[in-house]
Ligand binder design. Structure first.
Ligand SMILES: NC(=O)c1ccc[n+]([C@@H]2O[C@H](COP(=O)([O-])OP(=O)(O)OC[C@H]3O[C@@H](n4cnc5c(N)ncnc54)[C@H](OP(=O)(O)O)[C@@H]3O)[C@@H](O)[C@H]2O)c1
Length: 350
């Protein structure tokens, strides 16, 4: 059943520092005797890392990387204690620098948010003004939050494909880890941009939903268990790989001549085996994505996400879930097990 879009609630009567409660909830991660411990605490603004903007958080996207942070499964956070959450959408409550006004909607991602600076898993955040972006045209605050880092990562890959000469006429684009957030956004954005998308998932029970999101075909990831050949039948003009490991090896072997593979994720692991044959026999190109782009690229890609790459949100919203801060630890534990699907936002209600 479609989840209705939840627009931003109306601004508080006074969008000023005085409206910030003395204490507000945040999920904060500590390192205690070498072990990571994350718990909901009542913080004040002075407990947060510094920044010229005080932002009231409305939505914080939940990313795989955040799960690794809050459960201490990888060394992501670089100083403790830290509020994780690598992205957020909210509104400015107070700005001690020109160019920003109270009540202004704002997007924050990258710049080590949730890693070296306190991030989105808090009702209020202090943000260095140089890390904040006004919302792109053509998108509501909720739509920006839905796209978030996963949508931006997909857009980075698509821009590179375009630069490498890939067009919808080149052939289908494979998307692995299709049931996850980057997979879902990749499907919807590529579909909007006119590409035929082949979604690859371990969970064929998701196939109907992935087709509704814009996939033209759904491939069972069990294909990896079939006997391997040095080069498989060429199938794809490009691929967005969110999985790594054997999936990345298979994608490289199934590219058409001149195919382009974007390595985005490592949900199945960091290592992969391969041979040089895809490169020297089919001119395959492999490149990496780091969703922390310089400002000109950020503005360019968000502008496209709000215009010619703007996905059909009616198709996306059935795959978007909203959780509370209290549900975050359990959700991210499931995400690391690979049992969650779609895009999940922590929603901070007034
Ligand atoms: N490079 C960057 O800047 C960047 C940006 C964003 C995300 N990422 C990375 O991209 C990856 C995907 O992120 P996400 O937000 O989409 O995560 P997600 O929502 O948790 O989705 C990951 C998907 O990968 C598949 N998967 C999970 N565990 C697996 C396993 N053990 N073996 C094979 N497949 C597995 C699942 O898809 P199916 O069940 O459909 O197979 C799962 O839904 C993560 O590794 C994340 O850290 C990187």
């Amino acid at each position: 059943m479609p989840i209705p879009e939840s627009p931003l609630p109306p601004p508080l009567p006074s969008n000023t520092l005085a409206s910030v409660p003395e204490r507000f909830p945040a999920l904060r991660t500590h390192l205690i005797d070498g072990r990571t411990e994350s718990r909901i605490e009542q913080l004040g603004l002075d407990d947060l890392s510094p920044g010229e903007l005080v932002v009231r958080t409305r939505y914080a996207g939940v990313n795989y990387k955040d799960g690794l942070s809050v459960h201490g499964q990888a060394k992501i956070i670089n100083a403790f204690p830290r509020v994780a959450g690598i992205e957020l959408v909210g509104e400015v409550v107070d700005a001690s620098t020109p160019g920003w006004a109270a009540g202004q909607p704002v997007l924050v991602h990258g710049f080590q948010t949730g890693i070296a600076h306190d991030g989105g898993f808090s009702s209020y955040v202090r943000v260095p003004a140089g890390h904040a972006q006004g919302l792109p045209e053509g998108l509501t605050p909720h739509q920006v939050a839905v796209l978030g880092v996963p949508g931006f990562s997909a857009a980075m890959a698509l821009e590179r494909f375009e630069e490498m000469g890939v067009t919808p006429a080149s052939g289908p684009i494979a998307v692995s880890g299709a049931g996850g957030a980057v997979g879902l956004m990749s499907i919807a954005i590529l579909n909007r941009a006119g590409y035929r998308v082949a979604a690859i998932t371990r969970r064929m029970d998701l196939a109907d939903g992935l087709r509704l999101a814009g996939a033209a075909e759904v491939i069972d990831a069990a294909v990896l268990a079939q006997p391997q050949r040095p080069l498989e039948k060429p199938r794809f003009a490009a691929a967005i790989d969110n999985v790594g490991g054997a999936m990345l090896s298979w994608l490289l072997r199934t590219m058409q001549d001149g195919g382009c593979v974007a390595s985005v994720g490592n949900a199945a692991g960091n290592r992969f085996e391969g041979s040089v044959l895809p490169f020297i026999m089919r001119r395959v190109q492999l490149f990496g994505i780091v969703a922390n782009a310089p400002w000109p690229q950020r503005h360019r890609l968000w502008a496209r996400l709000g215009s010619d790459w703007k996905p059909d949100f009616d198709k996306l919203l059935p795959h978007v879930a909203h959780i509370s801060l209290a549900e975050l630890m359990a959700h991210s534990a499931s995400q690391l097990q690979g049992t969650t699907a779609g895009r999940v936002l922590v929603s901070f209600e007034p």
